[in-house]
Write a protein that binds this ligand. Structure first.
Ligand SMILES: Cc1cn([C@H]2C[C@H](O)[C@@H](COP(=O)(O)OP(=O)(O)O[C@H]3O[C@@H](C)C(=O)[C@@H](O)[C@H]3O)O2)c(=O)[nH]c1=O
Length: 186
């Protein structure tokens, strides 16, 4: 049976997932989600929405986004064209890694996915032109519940691989984290 491999990151509950590619003369086939396989490692999510984005320019950053409770969501992210540096920030109140970030390369070539639990902000920087990401979400898009951390917030200090380019006006203008912010509680 072709199982994907799950590797927990330094941020507990967040996993890099590598699907097994079944290669043959035509190309390959891969299972990208299986409730049974996910449940076997304790990951339980009911996906209610899927999103797809395309980002043209190399170096572009989208993020760092989350939805506030009660609309906090689990996300599963995969890159299906190009290469991105995908980043999450642990914003869970009381987490031993609160405020820490983790980044990993997701690409159409490595077909890896990032499983992002509730309580994390997420974003990415494109490493090539024309990057496409596909997301599964466990909650509905709820505009009034959006939260964000600015990509260059000094309290987090994400090391982006390239100079930042082509942010949305909204992403460029997120306020810095308030010193009184001690995380999201559920
Ligand atoms: C996320 C989202 C956006 N939209 C609309 C709002 C807006 O007019 C347009 C573009 O939205 P944004 O500028 O928020 O797109 P973007 O900056 O790509 O937002 C995404 O960023 C990455 C990092 C994530 O993690 C995603 O969950 C999502 O927040 O699409 C929806 O209708 N449904 C959705 O689920």
């Amino acid at each position: 049976m072709g199982r994907m491999t799950f590797t927990e990151t330094a941020l507990a509950g967040a996993f890099v997932i590598a699907p097994k590619l079944f290669r043959d003369n035509r190309g390959w086939f891969a299972r990208t989600y299986c409730r049974r396989d996910f449940e076997a490692v304790g990951l339980v999510a009911d996906w209610v929405q899927m999103n797809h984005s395309m980002t043209q320019q190399t170096g572009a950053i989208r993020g760092m986004h989350y939805q506030k409770p009660p609309h906090a969501e689990i996300k599963l992210v995969r890159c299906v064209a190009g290469r991105v540096f995908d980043v999450i920030i642990d914003l869970r109140a009381g987490s031993p890694t609160f405020g820490h970030w983790f980044g990993t390369e997701l690409s159409a070539e490595n077909q890896q996915m990032l499983y992002i639990p509730k309580g994390f902000a997420h974003g990415f920087q494109t490493l090539t032109e024309n990057c496409e990401l596909i997301y599964c979400h466990s909650d509905y898009y709820t505009p009034g519940s959006e939260g964000a951390v600015r990509y260059d917030d000094p309290r987090i200090s994400i090391e982006w691989p390239l100079p930042a380019a082509d942010l949305s006006a909204r992403d460029a203008a997120h306020p810095l984290l308030d010193p009184s912010f001690h995380g999201l509680t559920f």
